[in-house]
Design a protein around this ligand. Structure first.
Ligand SMILES: [Zn+2]
Length: 280
């Protein structure tokens, strides 16, 4: 080999060695990634929140920023819900150091009905106790749900105060989550007003304020939620069997005697027909 060409060949050999090592390392990382995927298959929310199930649910684990409300045993959700709660609890703790999110019921490991809840079946629901302060303004964690009125005072009396600044920080973190869309945050109308008024007073971003006014509300067919937030996320993208909204209740069946009658027997007018059916 010509001495002039030797440096060129050395450079080519060096590049081949480096690219081979890079390829090996990439295939190794791909294998690790696929193994990770096999170890934890993606979660799936299926069906309605009040008539569905959860596949491969993820458990929300307690840590420095998240704790369970004592006595609550259902802490599974979709991976999106669990990740969102982690981000939201971290956001509140950044603004209010030492804060821990107190989480009530989520869903069962496989979803389906759980006691005391019509929904919470498909891994998209979570109950969250309010952040509270004591009468001297010190942050406190609640070991049970406490109902508050529109002035932020406990309805049944007691030393707690609704911590409007921290509760708004939580709502804002949930609504501004970068990866998950919140479908509803249920809370009573008086507490909603406290939160919205606070957001206005601190000049919350107009878009956030509008979104809060749309998403945070008192439910129409359930208890008003004076003692906790009920948060429901939208269907995660890719969960093809997930259904938003509420599963309609089956309509009451008409009495069979009406359909058994011959057409000539039927009264000519609807109102007469229905009153006749009611009497029977
Ligand atoms: Zn709930």
């Amino acid at each position: 080999m010509s001495p002039k060409l030797r440096p060129l060949w050395v450079a080519v050999a060096f590049l081949m060695v480096v690219s081979s090592a890079f390829a090996q390392s990439r295939s190794g990382s791909e294998r690790r990634r696929s193994r990770r995927v096999r170890e934890r298959p993606p979660s799936y929310s299926m069906g309605y929140a009040n008539g569905g199930s959860l596949a491969n649910g993820v458990r929300l684990v307690e840590d420095a920023r998240v704790r369970y409300l004592p006595g609550r045993r259902h802490h599974h959700g979709t991976e999106e819900l669990v990740a969102m709660l982690r981000r939201a609890s971290a956001a509140v703790a950044r603004d209010f150091p030492g804060s821990r999110l107190t989480v009530g019921d989520m869903s069962d490991h496989d979803g389906g009905p759980i006691g005391h809840h019509a929904s919470h079946q498909s891994g998209r629901d979570v109950d969250i106790a309010f952040y509270a302060r004591d009468a001297r303004g010190r942050a406190r964690v609640l070991d049970d749900y406490v109902s508050f009125n529109g002035r932020g005072l406990p309805i049944a009396g007691g030393p707690w105060r609704f911590d409007v600044a921290r509760n708004w920080a939580l709502v804002a973190a949930l609504l501004e989550d970068p990866a998950v869309r919140v479908e509803h945050i249920f809370v009573s109308s008086p507490l909603r007003s406290l939160l919205i008024d606070h957001a206005r007073s601190i000049n919350a971003r107009p878009m956030l304020l509008v979104r809060a006014q749309l998403v945070v509300h008192q439910p129409t067919h359930a208890l008003p939620h004076t003692n906790h937030f009920h948060v429901r996320i939208a269907c995660p993208s890719g969960d093809a069997q997930c259904v938003e909204g509420i599963k309609p209740r089956p309509r009451p069946r008409r009495r069979r005697v009406a359909s058994a009658r011959s057409s000539s027997d039927r009264p000519a007018h609807g109102r007469a027909a229905s009153s006749s059916l009611r009497r029977r």
